[in-house]
Ligand binder design. Structure first.
Ligand code: SF4
Length: 447
């Protein structure tokens, strides 16, 4: 039976030393009770206390760390089936396939593509996380050689994927300091050699088998051998079978606390057609995969997958916000327009992209509405003539432009008179939708 936070707290050192990253032992106990932290994260915890708390306090899904230093990727330790119940914690790692059958120039070219798969979206940087090196050649020597090149050129954390324990060991050994994921394909971990290699090298291991019975048997075997950082893969499945596997394993881990399936899942996208492959990868990201390997490296394909990931792993309880205040677009002169919006990220970036598209440099004054959109903020009295006038007074814009005229969102035209009275600035009512900004600036804006 699950333990309460107070029951766990009784066994903690109660020194509030903060080594776990939390301010107090009580906060840590509450996180453990919620399945969001593991006892291992409290270094001073005694073996007796660990034994007393045991499995009952373990998170339903194991946290797995791949990579080293600032390239460490954390996967798993999810606590809910549906994002609206709380949030998803550790975003799916996206990996691009690199075959060791490619010649050296092609390996380098592929890895350079992987390094460049990085995008700015809604004010954050999103990118491919890993290169997955496949031992298609069957040669341990070639596999280790390509893995080293992939690590150096892509700069990414690696998954080393092979059905031969000898190859996994050879490549894992030369890159052990970088903590790659070893991935034993096609039930090859059955003979225990890949498990031995992962244990000796202290590396995380992905176990692959067909069907739940095979995977559970492998997971039990690895656990008995003392391996904790495991991932599971259902092998070459796609479509409904893949979604069924992902859903059933997540249900078993979270709702039934079935330990052998309490590990993040690694999926390989099988579709040959690039657009079908993007769709398949997005399904896996949205339906619980911890790691998705794609054989795609074009930006227009990867961006869709990364957008799906960013959306599902955004905390639904916290509005996505930008910094309130003045944002400068281009190099505005004294006649540049000043447009008002809120600090809700989607509102702000819609306005920003339209101002950029107009090719008219300007200023955007984003009002602190605690991340709510224009109409919501107005209805909640967060976007008022006073808050706009106050933001304007604090902005320093008066000394930057040679006019005193604001562009107010058309949805809150009703605030025009009040803003003018409170701020002393003239108000020009802009379009109701951001999509009208380009035409508005070109045909109606007058300083
Ligand atoms: Fe308390 Fe352990 Fe966290 Fe220190 S590391 S604050 S002892 S829970």
């Amino acid at each position: 039976m699950a333990l309460s936070g107070l029951e766990i707290y009784k066994h903690l050192p109660k020194t509030n030393c903060k080594e776990c990253g939390l301010a107090t032992c009580l906060a840590f106990a509450m996180k453990v009770a919620a399945g969001q932290a593991a006892l291992d994260e409290c270094p001073p915890l005694s073996d007796e206390a660990k034994a007393a708390l045991g499995e009952a306090s373990a998170p339903p899904q194991q946290l797995v760390k791949i990579g080293a230093g600032d390239k460490t990727i954390e996967l798993g330790q999810e606590t809910v089936l549906f994002r609206h119940e709380e949030r998803f914690h550790h975003p799916t790692a996206v990996a691009v396939r690199v075959s060791d059958e490619l010649d050296n120039a092609a390996v380098e070219a592929r890895c350079q593509e992987v390094a460049g798969l990085k995008f700015e979206r809604v004010g954050t940087t999103t990118m491919v996380d890993m290169a997955a090196v496949y031992n298609d050649s069957g040669s341990a020597e070639r596999f280790a050689e390509v893995a080293q090149v992939a690590s150096k050129v892509s700069g990414k954390t690696l998954a080393l994927v092979s059905s031969q324990a000898e190859s996994l060991r050879a490549a894992g050994q030369v890159l052990a300091a970088e903590r790659p994921l070893l991935w034993a394909l096609d039930g090859s971990a059955e003979d225990g050699q890949a498990i031995e290699a992962a244990k000796e090298l202290s590396l995380p291991l992905c176990l692959e088998a067909t069907g739940f019975d095979g995977i559970v048997a492998l997971a039990e075997k690895a656990r008995e051998a003392g391996l904790k950082e495991l991932m599971l893969s259902p092998g070459k499945v796609d479509g409904a079978a893949a979604i069924e596997f992902l859903t059933q394993s997540r249900r078993a881990a979270i709702m039934k606390k079935f330990r052998p399936l309490g590990y993040p899942i690694a999926m390989q996208v099988l579709a040959d057609d690039p657009l079908q492959a993007v769709v398949e990868a997005c399904w896996y990201v949205l339906k619980y995969a911890g790691l998705v390997v794609v054989d795609l490296a074009r930006p227009e394909h990867i961006l869709g997958i990364l957008c799906a990931r960013q959306d599902i792993y955004t905390n639904p309880q916290v509005p996505v916000q930008v910094e309130p205040g003045v944002h400068v677009i281009g190099e505005p002169g004294p006649d540049a327009p000043v447009l008002v919006t809120t600090n809700f990220a989607l509102s702000y970036y819609s306005v920003e992209s339209e101002v950029e598209a107009s090719r008219m440099p300007g200023y955007i004054l984003s009002i602190d509405t605690e991340g709510t959109s224009v109409l919501t903020a107005w209805a909640a009295d967060k976007l008022t003539d006073e808050t706009i006038a106050q933001a304007l007074a604090n902005s320093g814009l008066e000394s930057k432009v040679g006019h005193k005229k604001l562009v107010l969102p058309g949805l809150v035209a009703v605030l025009s008179a009040g803003v003018k009275e409170e701020s002393g600035w003239d108000v020009q009512v802009g379009p109701k939708e951001a999509s009208g900004i380009v035409s508005f600036l070109k045909t109606q804006w007058k300083p």
